[in-house]
Design a protein around this ligand. Sequence first.
Ligand code: SF4
Length: 217
Amino acid sequence: MNYTGTIYRPPFEANSLLLQVTEGCSHNKCAFCYMYPDIPFRICPMEQIKKDIAEASTKWPNVERVFLENGDAFVLNADLLEEIAKEIHAKLSKVKTISMYASIQNIKSKSDEDLRRIQSLGINQLDIGVESGLDSTLAYMKKGYTSQEAITQLLRLNEAGIDYCLNIILGGGGKENYRENALETAKLINQTQPYMIFMGTLHANKGCELFEDMQSG
Ligand code: SF4
């Protein structure tokens, strides 16, 4: 299997086949993120992806779940996702779910018809770092969307029958906005009804903008 750079996955994908289809992240601007400081975004060649699927079929023929790598693999357009999904099903007949990290922008770039087509190919669970439902927090974190935009796009996933886990950063609003941040985030969750919520507390590692902000007070 070909893997370039650090490979990230949610903890609950520990038993999934990790298939790299992109490198880096197409957004790569979130203030707290230090995942791809010097890895330019790139789509992996289809030839390499198909070679990896063929290799996986000889090593792990019974795999039921595939997680597409890396930071926002859902950036791939519907035609590319369809080609990858069809190849997976052709070579790994037991696969039921194809999952990946997705951003709100990745959903927005797809039509309703695209989303339904993708869902019908087994791409039916996404992992989305929405982080907060409070606009000022989203802006500070440089997520690139408002709370209402996130809700609109997540409801489009609901319509298409695509499940998703929402990742939330506890404390993302800072001390001053902690209550408002919690309430607005709860509102977003209640309106969209993800199948799972993954909570992480705010932390900043060297290499991200937030770390520099914290160091400077
Ligand atoms: S979308 Fe995800 S991977 Fe990309 S910069 Fe933001 S947190 Fe990092």
